[in-house]
Design a protein around this ligand. Structure first.
Ligand code: HEC
Ligand code: HEC
Length: 332
């Protein structure tokens, strides 16, 4: 009996195997038919605004400012953005409230560069509701956000000459933009998400080849004692932006790097592929940097962006996935 049973089952085994293979092939065929291949899949972008829907921004000319009190205030605001450390850095002439970076290190050409994190839309969009704080934010609040996070410092008084000047400068930059208009090249680019997670190992090798000569192997850049700032600003370490800063989100850093770095890069002449920008951003944001209490950020969990690297989350994706991706499935 025992022998016979075994005999039958071994005889049927090849048939069963053929059946399973055939069923698998049919299933795979159906999947390929009904779902596009990875190449044909749409690319996700955080905002999905086609650039052609937007208007041009012509930046106002600093040279045309007069010597009126109002124009002098705008000029002072420009100077504070360009040379923040000189006034408000660790050895600043006005107050010592920030880490030695300049606003301009990240808001290139004093916040006027195409996709160089410019301020073109601030005048026409603030006060605005922001999910990070869950409140309507004034320009003061937004500027102080960057002081506390990007410059790892403390907020400055709303009535101070410095805050008033920075606000006047930013309002002047956007004075010709009507409310409700979208502007070409505003802020930072939204790169298409990669179908994989960003790779810190590949990122490190890109860093060594394309960034290290200026930002140094330890990521701390090179100081410039004459300006109390940096010749090359830090990308990580104790003098860099903290974990609450916008650039600590890998999509913001990748978008910034793609059209602005290595130094001299423009929108028309990028030097890195999107993949390289994502990977080098992941490497930079995997290094140590100052901390910050973020417990009050993102009061509504479903308002958190896909690449916010701290929980809790409204979905079940892990912290690692929220830090380095893949972001497509999270955003979807
Ligand atoms: C380490 C980089 C960094 C530095 C330094 C920095 N910022 Fe920012 N700033 C950012 C990022 C990133 C954003 C968000 C951009 C985005 O998400 O599109 C931002 C956003 C802003 C915005 C809002 C822009 C908008 O269109 O909503 C203002 C205003 C601003 N920063 C002002 C300043 C000022 C003033 C300083 C200097 C005191 C400063 N920032 C320094 C990185 C920086
Ligand atoms: C030739 C020198 C040089 C090279 C190479 C270079 N950078 Fe920079 N980088 C700068 C300078 C200078 C600034 C500040 C610009 C300013 O203040 O106008 C800067 C600013 C930055 C900032 C924003 C400020 C900060 O410190 O957080 C980031 C991020 C950055 N670079 C990343 C990179 C990455 C990534 C690479 C390589 C792909 C790179 N850079 C290559 C010179 C360089």
């Amino acid at each position: 009996m025992q022998e016979k049973k075994e005999h039958i089952s071994t005889n049927r085994f090849p048939l069963l195997l053929v059946g399973i293979i055939a069923a698998t092939l049919i299933f795979v065929g159906m999947v390929i038919h009904f779902f596009p291949s990875p190449d044909a899949a749409p690319s996700y972008s955080a905002k999905n605004i086609p650039i052609s829907d937007t208007i041009d921004w012509i930046k106002p000319d600093l040279q045309k400012l007069t010597n009126s009190e109002a124009d002098n205030q705008i000029r002072y605001g420009h100077d504070l953005v360009a040379n923040t450390a000189q006034y408000l850095g660790p050895q600043g002439s006005v107050r010592h409230i920030s880490n030695g970076m300049n606003c301009q290190n990240c808001h290139l050409d004093a916040g006027t560069k195409y996709l160089g994190n410019n301020y073109a839309a601030v005048a026409s969009t603030y006060p605005k509701f922001r999910e990070r704080s869950g409140t309507m934010e004034s320009i003061y609040k937004r500027v102080n956000d960057c002081f506390q996070r990007s410059l790892n410092g403390i907020a400055i008084d709303t009535n101070s000459a410095e805050m008033q000047a920075i606000k006047a400068y930013i309002l002047w930059l956007g004075k010709d933009i009507a409310k409700g208009k979208k502007i070409k090249g505003v802020g930072i680019a939204d790169l298409p998400y990669l179908p994989r997670s960003a790779d810190t190992i590949n990122g490190r090798s890109i860093y060594e080849q394309k960034c290290q000569s200026c930002h140094m192997a330890n990521g701390e850049g090179i100081r410039n004692p004459a300006t109390h700032g940096h010749q090359y600003p830090p990308l990580w370490g104790e003098h860099s932006y903290n974990i609450g800063a916008g650039l600590y989100r890998v999509s913001r850093l990748a978008g910034y790097v793609k059209y602005n770095m290595p130094l001299g890069t423009t929108y028309d002449n990028p030097q890195l592929s999107d993949e390289q920008a994502w990977d080098v951003a992941a490497y930079i944001n995997s290094r140590l940097r100052p901390s910050m209490n973020l417990s009050k950020d993102w009061p509504k969990l479903n308002g958190k962006p896909a690449d916010h690297p701290f929980g809790p989350y409204a979905d079940s994706f892990s912290v690692a996935e929220h830090k380095f991706g893949p972001f497509g499935p999270i955003a979807a």
